[in-house]
Design a protein around this ligand. Sequence first.
Ligand code: FAD
Ligand code: N01
Length: 545
Amino acid sequence: MVEAGAPESTQGEIQTVDVGVVGAGFAGLYLLHRLRKAGLSTVALDTANDVGGTWYWNRYPGARCDIQTVDYSYTFDPELETAWQWSEKYATQPEILRYLGFVADRYDLRRDIRFGTRVLGAAWDDSKERWLLTTDKGPAVSCRHYIMATGCLSQPKPPEIEGVHDFKGEIYFTSRWPHDGVDLRGKRVAMIGTGSSGIQSIPIIAEQASQLTVFQRTPNFALPAHNGPLPEDRAAQLAQDRNGLREQARWSLTGVPIPPAVEFSWQMSEAERRERFEKLWASGDLVGMLTQLWADQGVDADGNALLADLIREKIREIVKDPETAAALTPHDHPFGAKRPCLDTNYYATFNRPNVTLVNLRQEPIASITANGIKTDKRSFDIDVIVFATGFDAMTGAIRAVHPIKGRDGKSLDDTWAKGPETYLGLTVAGFPNLFLITGPGSPSVLSNMAVSIEQHVDFVVDRLAAMREAGFTTIEPTETAQAGWTRHMADCATVTLHRLANTWYTGANVPGKPQALMPYTGGVGPYRGICNEIVSRGMLGFKLT
Ligand code: FAD
Ligand code: N01
């Protein structure tokens, strides 16, 4: 269907659909499938040249998931679940990308995706009750509903270091790694950034480079993945009661079907605590370490310190040089308040003769020069710089669609000038028929995202189908409901330890970004319960017309 009156910025016709989706990652793909089944016409647009989102872009050496892949999978179709077998406990990026390609093929999704197309701006037209999405390629899209499945970790953060453009060697970002790989053999490589991406890639880059210099600003907690085949007990559980486990995950706190600890640290002896810790350290289970030691580990600073000390002890045991070990040991945040990392040989890599750690807390980078990196104490000659400097998380990709203009031309930039406010992390007052998948205000990045994405997609598509049935054309949260949710978010956050860390969860990693804890800390299951209750109480907090 074609609508007349294309704006000047897009030549040609306007593509008219019921629902415009931005993004063809985990979320966009499931959206397409569900929207189609609901009989809604749709198109998805993605700047990438294929499906996969996160797993299309992040091709750096060592990229893997950190939630066991049997849990980090779609669960909407029991036949899909048995049609695909994961080869490892934590699958590699290529395997996850193959899986998402397999899903796209199985449900014939690619025919409704416009690849290589960026959505530039979005404007709501109140008289037509439609959004118009402008693009950098092909026709603009006119849609009744606009769903941003643009990803929480898809907008790379610039490195903000003076002199980057003067560097004459090669520069790579982990978040935009070249598809053909990079030959680092015999090269002097600098790595900037020691979050999950840096920590996964450093051990492999160290094996390839002649010299690897790691520039670390803030040390992170990392746990050994002990990757390998799926543990037999998990495989047996799945074989016995897959549906039961999936349901357990949906109602859990983190989206993973494992029960949290119920005993408090002070109810256990030191020996009992150590035994629990050693068992989890040996099992290579990030979610287990985050939730299964003792009940106060995530809410009480003293309970947390007991665990953090045990990890610090491990770092000292593994890293031979005491000064390097000390620099690698985090002291500035409670364990779990910042996303911990899952590693393979990370700490041990610093025992290699070709690896040097530069502690930027003691000697900050002064500038990048034509030939390398200068700190305020030394110069390093470098052939390749790898930036693992992270993302403008949660709001970055949403705000990169610029402007998003809602009712009466109000812009999302203005609305969110002091930080993102949403109702349920899904909708924004003043922006009718706009939905954010895993947006700020939902459990999103504090959960197994596969579970949270499915819950959001199901919620949105079910609501659209119900609206159509009831003859409604617009949906929008009330200001009151949004203010209430924002207050509830803040209340939940005060009982966690997240307030004690400066992280991308709070926007602290991006200079000038408003600071507030963006994900909802109330947990996946409680959040699902709230969403369900809102529906059962006649869409409490929403206006429908
Ligand atoms: P994405 O996969 O980010 O897809 C969004 C897509 O939208 C992208 O392809 C992007 O190109 C496109 N897009 C954005 N803006 C525009 C625009 N304006 N125009 C057109 N296209 C646009 N989560 C877990 O739960 N477990 C894990 O183990 C895990 N591992 C991760 C590992 C890495 C390296 C990273 C970076 C993240 C990881 N995550 C993990 C989080 C991960 O982002 C989510 O699990 C999930 O893949 C997000 O899917 P999505 O579809 O919501 O977004
Ligand atoms: O990014 P990050 P990431 N000068 O923001 C440093 C998911 N993920 O891509 O902490 C010097 O965590 C910065 O230092 P500091 C996961 O959710 C999962 O690694 O700001 N350093 C930090 O060390 C994860 O949390 C996996 O002081 C600079 C690093 O760069 C999220 O994605 C794998 C700097 C950025 O770390 C983001 O992870 C990968 C500067 N100017 C990602 N700017 C799995 O394992 C930034 N830094 C599943």
